[in-house]
Design a protein around this ligand. Structure first.
Ligand code: HGY
Ligand code: MN
Ligand code: MN
Length: 412
């Protein structure tokens, strides 16, 4: 199975052990893809794994009011009070439906492995180092991208979050309570934010920029604005065999128009648009649907273009798209970016490649909250992501750990 520990060869070491331990958690044997959704039993297993790895390194594990977990060296509160807030690493462990092994977990595992490497090298950090594990980055169950970091920074309202429902109608509040997490305390957490002086997220690249650059590791320049809209398409249920075409009110026709419009509008506006999730009622082969619900994901370099695509799709579908999630554009701190590109220069001295991305990340949300933030990308040979085929080569993953350790030393 791609992404499993054997891909990392016989060398052993903490990275390979952690990777092998995570590999089976939430993986579907049929596809090799992952279903690691927020506030599920699989999520609880991942949280337990994270806590175990932290405690094995004598890191203090604290939760924040948004459901995220943090593992810190030293005393991050005392350091923050002394005006020396810590450097936090980390990423997320949740996935999209049938997702890949690397999107998220590579950042968390690499953070633990980089801390190990720094300790082996005798590095004594002048400020605390934290490792964050963000809740519900993919929004696969409750629909909001980067929900944990948006709650942490106050971008996502706690009452709205508590009322979000999954496909079965379970609210986030109910799911958190069932997982033993108190939904009542959800909200912006200034105490947790004060601990973070700088945030640095390592992530598998979701594209082929590093393949073209011929580099194992790169630095993020920016994240495109992106959002998710719901299209409620109503029709009239009727018999598939006895209803004359002229008498039909079939919402599938509006769906078809919307999907084709998404593609043509994206081409026209220099953006990308996807309809990847549908709900059809009653979803019977021989019944004209009474309703079709579709979700549109639209992104691009310019916000106006993204919104123009959404408007075009709404026009084609004959209904107003309902915005469920919006993430404004991120430009990462240029000084941090350039410092890292220099610190991670290639053997010939040229700075590490600097790349934009269309993928959203918790790092983008923390940057928007004013925390100096940077991202490192690790080469993905095919660029494929949000798929069981997502992959990164063992040597590139090791290069990512070494780069993350070097970046920590450059920033502290
Ligand atoms: O959707 C995204 O861009 C990210 O994977 N959450
Ligand atoms: Mn993702
Ligand atoms: Mn991710």
């Amino acid at each position: 199975m791609r992404g499993q520990s054997r891909d990392f060869g016989p060398s052993g070491g903490a990275f390979e052990r952690m990777w092998a331990e995570l590999a089976p958690v939430g993986r579907a044997a049929s596809t090799g893809g992952y279903r690691r959704f927020a506030w599920t039993r699989t999520d609880a297993e991942l949280r337990e794994w994270f806590t175990g790895e932290a405690r094995a390194r004598s890191l203090e594990v604290v939760g924040d009011r948004a459901g995220n977990l943090w593992a810190w060296t030293g005393d991050p509160d005392a350091a923050a009070a002394a005006g020396r807030p810590g450097l936090a690493l980390g990423s997320h462990l949740d996935s999209v439906p049938d997702g890949g092994a690397f999107d998220g977990p590579l950042g968390v595992v690499s953070a633990f492995a980089a801390l190990d490497l720094l300790r082996e090298q005798g590095f004594r950090p002048p400020r605390p180092i934290g490792i964050g594990c963000f809740a519900d980055e993919e929004g696969a169950r409750f629909g909001i991208a980067c929900a944990g970091s948006k709650l942490l920074t106050g971008v996502l309202d706690a009452d709205r979050a508590r009322a979000l429902t999954d496909a079965d109608g379970t609210t986030l509040a109910e799911a958190m309570a069932a997982a033993g997490a108190g939904p009542g305390d959800l909200g912006r957490d200034d105490e947790a934010l004060r601990r973070i002086g700088t945030f640095l997220e390592l992530h598998v690249e979701q594209g082929r920029g590093l393949v073209h650059a011929g580099a194992a590791v790169g630095v993020a320049e920016s994240i495109w604005p992106h959002g998710r809209w719901r299209l409620d398409l109503r029709g009239r249920a009727d018999h598939a065999g006895t209803t004359r075409l002229a008498d039909r009110d079939d919402p599938m026709l509006a769906l078809a128009a919307a999907v084709l419009a998404a593609r043509s509008a994206a081409e026209r506006h220099g953006a990308v648009a996807t309809v990847g999730k549908l709900r059809v009622e009653p979803n019977g082969v021989n019944a004209i649907p009474s309703a079709v619900t579709a979700w549109l994901d639209a992104r691009g370099p310019a916000e106006d273009d993204v919104r123009a695509v959404v408007a075009d799709v709404g026009g084609a579908a004959g209904t107003g798209p309902v915005e469920e999630s919006w993430t404004p554009p991120t430009t990462f701190d240029p000084a941090l970016r350039d410092r890292l590109a220099a610190a991670l220069a290639r053997p010939d001295g040229t700075p590490a490649p600097v790349l934009p991305t269309g993928a959203g990340h918790d790092a983008g949300i923390l940057a928007a909250a004013g925390i100096p933030t940077a991202m490192l990308f690790v080469r993905n040979p095919t660029g494929v992501s949000h798929s069981p085929a997502e992959h990164a080569e063992p040597d590139d993953c090791r290069a990512g750990v070494a780069a993350l350790a070097r970046a920590v030393q450059a920033l502290l």
